[in-house]
Design a protein around this ligand. Structure first.
Ligand code: ADP
Ligand code: ZN
Ligand code: ZN
Length: 797
């Protein structure tokens, strides 16, 4: 018996497949997709069994030394997918597999059971079982935190009861939900049975502290225990509790397990998608629905039908850290036959989830980008929520886009791909327009929740009126109003806000590249303005070429500055900041989100993170501090991203019963991103944007390949990049088909982790030609000892 083994060399661009002999003692156990240890030269290597073959005409073959897995870790579909990825993303199959399969797959860990409900909340449910064995186990779980699964079997005398407990959401095996729990509970204070408002004046005289507490609760209803206990002395609280004037209790906010009655638009979408899945053929849909239109409910009901067909589902979300609500909603409906995959899992947890998927214990996998490789064999549906999010693209090797991989995967497994978004990527909407995707619309928000009112503040006018603060008069006034009413505010900025572009503060003109129509970026080192597409440079101008004013400024504000400004202007407000700079912070993003949900924060200042997917019911005002910092990134997608972010941020306002309001501060109120976002008009925005893409031949009318040459020595990086550019031009000189070769020139991030970076951008519409150029570069890079990265379909420049 002989096996073809793909040796895992960890190399980016080459695969080595060799034939080995399978020794007799392994013959009965070895299967395709297992990892094996094989001799290679003088060392030993890990490899994947690809297939069994006849003996090739070689004299003596080496033997496989040992099997590294008990069961295959690689399914045939995943292998095919990896082969396609290697082809499309110009890398090796081995490298793809490396990133796909958890490293720790062989590490065994004793499976443990953890409680999902705590004692106060669960004891009644457990008693209702009327079974002492169950009660014993639960008490032990509550006391010890976890119990070995084998031990639990022993205590319950088998696994039947354990399954019931799991299905009821009382316990879970570790790894199942990773860091997240399905049921969240918290303690709150509220006014108690003995409260009578008539006694308040009395209380005010006798015990002013206690009076403060009572008034606090009177105004706010329920208040989180932590927050109240931080604010007021325990003794006063205890005394009020003792008198029954206030009470402390535990509340759960668990999502509904019952399907909601769908609206007619939802019904239509559910019908169409389900019948596509039912037909068992590859299909693609775009669920285009404004925020709050009930896309999640559509997912849930479609999922129920897919599961009823005994098919499996994969749900991809942009960032698992923000997806706790999604996890809870799905687990409430799907129960325990669900796995969650994300980067926050420990190796052991990841292993456990992967094993459960491989052994078919799971019907639904929910996860971030890399969950697209989950080994589900009977896949019926792949859902990608918020498909436009750039986190679906992996920004290091292999640089795949989960949407494209999912599309290929759905095709391989005859499944349906469902993309959901309120603001689809221009590429996706284009595919829907030309009929590649079936377009399903949810045009209305559910119930009486109105879309928030959006208002633009022209910062040019504020400037002319002498207001140099980062807050316009209107925004300051509106924040004040919210604070008075005890409602919440989100202030939003995009991440890269620092001195990148130059703008006239009088007329709003931004300097852009005449060849590429993208904003020019100011570089401190050269003191010049650079185009990151064609690399032309111009000198910084002191006066505005349009209006002649002398207020040409490098603009930018960061979240920290905004936070400080809020604290200065509103000293009584409880302010928190949420951004990607997690290093110097006392509270984790998760703690901040939870505090925000409980209403313990008045003003949340943040970057992209706050715009995405949260459901804070107390937020009635969203302020966009300076829209221009996103509009003017040196990237042809800057407008698209701004539109998406602004609309998403707006979706955060008014999700509760109070109507929401959005204020956008900008120097460019006439930009199409701003103009259409305030009307919530994606189609018009798309129309204008696609025109721009077409006229400039940007995607989807072309494809891009970005080549990054980097080195610790600037001169070497630059020289290699120029040489590469020359070679590519030479290679393409005989072709009639056009490929634009832009560069080489310095990257937007010209120096990253001590490496100087130069890039060449290839732009063209002939995919085969581009791919062959890409291959050629990789060929060249192998003989060069300088680092060359190839990014196919880059999202950022
Ligand atoms: P989206 O994902 O499109 O932003 P959501 O799924 O968050 O929208 O839905 C918004 C709200 O509407 C949620 O609170 C959800 O529970 C509710 N909802 C969705 N569908 C229905 C329905 N058919 N009937 C009543 N409420 C619904
Ligand atoms: Zn240019
Ligand atoms: Zn001007």
């Amino acid at each position: 018996m002989y096996a073809e083994v793909l040796i895992n060399l960890g190399l980016a661009s080459v695969d080595r497949v060799y034939v080995y002999e399978v020794p007799l003692e392994l013959a009965s156990k070895i299967k395709v997709g297992m990892r094996v240890l094989v001799p290679l030269g003088k060392s030993h290597r890990e490899g994947y069994v690809l297939r069994f073959t006849d003996k090739p005409g070689v004299a003596r073959l080496k033997c496989i030394i040992k099997l590294l897995d008990d069961e295959p870790v690689l399914t045939e579909d995943i292998l095919k997918l990896a082969e396609w990825m290697a082809e499309y993303y110009l890398c090796s199959v081995g490298a793809v597999l490396n990133s796909v399969i958890p490293h720790s797959l062989r590490k065994k860990r004793k499976a443990c059971l953890v409680p999902l409900v705590d004692q106060a909340q669960g004891v009644a449910v457990v008693q209702a079982f009327g079974n002492d064995k169950v009660l014993d186990l639960m008490v032990r779980l509550w006391e010890e935190g976890e119990v070995d699964v084998k031990e639990a079997y022993r205590m319950l005398e088998g696994e039947v009861l354990l399954k019931t407990l799991e299905d009821k959401g009382l316990v879970a095996r570790t790894g199942r939900y990773g860091l997240y729990r399905t049921v969240s509970t918290q303690q709150v204070y509220e006014l108690g049975p003995k409260f009578a408002s008539t006694e308040l004046p009395h209380l005010e005289r006798r015990a002013p502290r206690q009076f403060e507490i009572v008034r606090w609760l009177y105004e706010r209803g329920q208040v989180g225990a932590q927050e109240l206990e931080k604010r007021f002395p325990r003794s006063s609280l205890a005394s009020l509790l003792g008198k029954g004037i206030i009470t402390k209790k535990r509340v759960t906010d668990s999502p509904s397990e019952q399907p909601l009655l769908p609206t007619s638009h939802q019904q239509n979408a559910i019908q169409v998608i389900s019948s596509l899945v039912n037909s068992g053929q590859f299909a693609r849909c775009l669920l285009f629905g404004v925020t709050g239109s009930g896309k999640t409910e559509v997912y849930l009901q479609v999922v129920e039908r897919v599961l009823a067909l005994r098919k499996q589902v994969m749900v991809l979300v942009p960032e698992i850290a923000l997806a706790q609500q999604m996890i809870r909603v799905f687990s409430a409906r799907v129960g325990s036959r669900m796995a969650v995959l994300h980067s926050g899992l420990s190796d052991a947890e990841r292993y456990e989830e992967y094993r459960r998927i491989l052994t078919g214990e799971v019907d639904l996998v929910l996860g971030a980008r890399s969950a697209v490789f989950a080994p589900l064999n009977n896949l019926g549906l792949i859902i990608i929520d918020e498909e436009q999010e750039y986190t679906f693209k992996q920004e290091n090797f292999p640089r795949y886009h989960a949407r494209e991989v999912a599309q290929r995967r759905a095709q391989l497994q005859n499944a349906v791909l469902l993309l959901g978004s309120a603001t689809p990527s221009v590429e996706t909407f284009y595919r829907a327009q030309i009929g590649d995707y079936k377009l399903l619309e949810l045009p209305e928000r559910i119930g009486s929740n109105m879309l928030p009112r959006m208002q633009v503040v022209d910062m040019r006018a504020e400037f002319k009126n002498g207001n140099r603060s980062i807050f316009s008069d209107l925004l300051r006034q509106k924040i004040g109003e919210r604070l008075d009413k005890g409602e919440q505010v989100i202030l939003f900025l995009n991440r890269r806000g620092f001195f990148t572009f130059v703008m006239c503060r009088e007329c709003g003109l931004v300097l852009t590249c005449p060849h590429c129509s993208v904003p020019l970026a100011y570089h401190r080192v050269t003191g010049k303005l650079h185009c990151h597409y064609c690399f032309s440079q111009i000198h910084h101008q002191e006066t505005c070429p349009r209006c002649g004013s002398v207020y040409m400024r490098k603009l930018g504000v960061g979240t920290q500055k905004v936070e400080e400004e809020v604290m200065k202007t509103f000293p009584r407000a409880r302010v928190a900041r949420l951004d990607t700079d997690t290093t110097h912070r006392k509270n984790s993003p998760r703690q901040i989100v939870e505090a925000m949900t409980r209403g313990e924060i008045d003003v949340l200042v943040g970057t992209q993170m706050v715009a995405k997917g949260f459901d804070f019911h107390g937020v009635t005002l969203v302020g966009v501090v300076l829209a221009d910092t996103m509009l003017n990134l040196p990237d042809f997608r800057a407008c698209e991203r701004s539109f998406q972010l602004l609309l998403q941020a707006a979706g955060r306002a008014g999700r509760g019963s109070n109507p929401g309001e959005v204020i956008i501060q900008t120097y460019q109120p006439d930009s199409h991103a701003i103009k259409y976002v305030i009307q919530h008009d994606y189609p018009s925005f798309y129309h204008q944007e696609i025109g721009f893409r077409k006229s400039m031949k940007y995607p989807p009318f072309s494809r891009l390949i970005r080549i990054i040459v980097s080195s610790a020595t600037e001169r070497r990086a630059e020289a290699t990049a120029s040489e590469l550019g020359r070679l590519i031009r030479e290679l393409l000189s005989g072709h009639d088909e056009s490929v634009d070769i832009l560069g080489p020139g310095p990257c937007y991030l010209a120096k990253l982790r001590d490496r100087y970076r130069f890039q060449i951008l290839l732009k063209g519409s002939n995919q085969d030609l581009l791919t062959s150029v890409g291959r050629y570069i990789i060929e060249k890079s192998r003989s060069s000892n300088i680092r060359i990265d190839v990014d196919v379909d880059p999202l950022f420049m």
